[in-house]
Design a binder for this molecule. Structure first.
Ligand code: NAD
Length: 351
């Protein structure tokens, strides 16, 4: 019998990549549990929505009764927990939703999973996994140029977003240590790729450039992020959920450290090549770059040491930054319907 994967946040950017990968490349059943906040977009799942192995439940992970009903109905073998509030700027403007979903929601999901797991048969109980998906931002930032985040780097979150993700990681580890719930945690660097909500750096820059708007870069643009193509992340996550060791943490990264300004300039160069018909009055996309006041508490550098997952689970990213970014720009050029529905808000009516 094929396994049942319950994916929370499956209508989001990374969650939808995980759902598409599970449906397209495995024989498992997928239950997507998503509240459909502004970040949830069922249009990202159009290619799999009619598959018999795909199921969707609109639910808030903070709603204990509803989540318990979903566990009873589908009897999951694996939980992949991605649902979260994920945008750092929003966490600065309004931290409350972040505490609610990322902390209380994770706690609620853990409690439902624990009660469900305790009543499973011995076989199902020993193969059950709760995989919590987190971020490298829990480690704070790096100042030395050669330092890397490893699985044992102490936690030092800087923003309300990363502080709530750090809290959720601690809860997950405590539910293993105290109650024996078989959990695994992954911490990943910045993702990019198709279906990324246009408030995030890369899609924002692509769409602004295509419409001749400014390309706002925070501070001096020298902040360094380690970029990973989202489909590489999805492959890593499914490998961890199926082959990872209980109680372990795996860092996932792309070995692609880039300054934000370098990313924006590379995007401009790709657009020159792939979208040469520029908006009126624009001679070069790069002339749209403008520097804006830095974000408070902005971390300087993140960089991941992903050698453990490579060594122990044999995962490696398939895309380089150059190949992944080219695919991403081309995807936004080829999928205007997807992002125009976000810009005009009609994506929220898609069911
Ligand atoms: P996203 O914001 O695109 O998607 C989040 C999804 O969760 C949305 O579909 C939303 O509707 C859903 N959701 C939010 N609150 C919910 C609730 N209370 N109940 C049920 N569903 C809810 O996020 P993403 O970028 O896909 O990130 C997914 C996960 O990966 C997050 O946990 C994030 O912390 C982590 N992560 C993201 C990155 C990145 O670069 N985007 C990097 C590392 C880790």
């Amino acid at each position: 019998m094929s396994k049942v994967f319950l994916v929370t946040g499956g209508a989001g950017f990374i969650g939808s990549a995980v759902v598409r990968h599970l449906i397209n490349d495995t024989d498992c059943q997928v239950v997507n549990v998503d509240k459909l906040t502004y970040a949830g977009n069922l249009m990202s799942l159009k290619s799999v929505e009619s598959n018999d192995r795909y199921h969707f439940e609109q639910a808030d992970i903070c709603d204990k009764n509803k989540i318990a009903e979903i566990f009873t109905k589908y009897q999951p073998d694996v939980v992949m927990h991605l649902a979260a509030e994920s945008h750092v700027d929003r966490s600065i403007n309004g931290p409350s939703e972040f505490v609610q979903t990322n902390v209380v929601g994770t706690y609620t999901l853990l409690e439902v999973a624990r009660a469900y797991w305790a009543n499973l048969s011995d076989d199902k109980k020993s193969s059950f996994r709760f995989h919590h998906i987190s971020t490298d931002e829990v480690y704070g930032d790096l100042h030395g140029t050669d330092d890397l985040f490893t699985e044992t780097t102490p936690y030092a979150p800087s923003s309300p977003y990363s502080a709530t993700k750090a809290s959720s990681d601690h809860l997950v580890r405590a539910w293993l240590r105290t109650f024996g719930l078989p959990t695994i945690v992954t911490n990943c660097s910045n993702n990019y790729g198709p279906y990324h909500f246009p408030e995030k750096l890369i899609p924002l820059m692509i769409l602004n450039a295509l419409s001749g708007k400014n390309l706002p870069v925070y501070g001096d643009g020298k902040q360094i992020r380690d970029w990973l193509f989202v489909e590489d992340h999805a492959r890593a996550l499914v490998q961890v959920a199926t082959k990872g060791e209980i109680g372990e943490t795996y860092n996932i990264g792309g070995h692609n450290e880039k300054q934000n300004i370098e990313v924006v300039k590379t995007l401009c160069a790709l657009l020159e090549e792939l979208a040469p018909n520029k908006p009126e009055g624009v001679q070069y996309y790069a002339e749209l770059i403008t520097y804006v006041t830095d974000r408070p508490g902005h971390d300087v550098r993140y960089a991941i040491d992903a050698s453990k997952i490579e060594r122990e689970l044999g995962w490696k990213p398939q895309e380089t930054f150059e190949s992944g970014l080219r695919k991403t720009v081309q995807w936004y050029l080829d999928n205007k319907d997807w992002w125009q529905a976000i810009l005009n808000n009609s994506y929220r009516n898609y069911r």
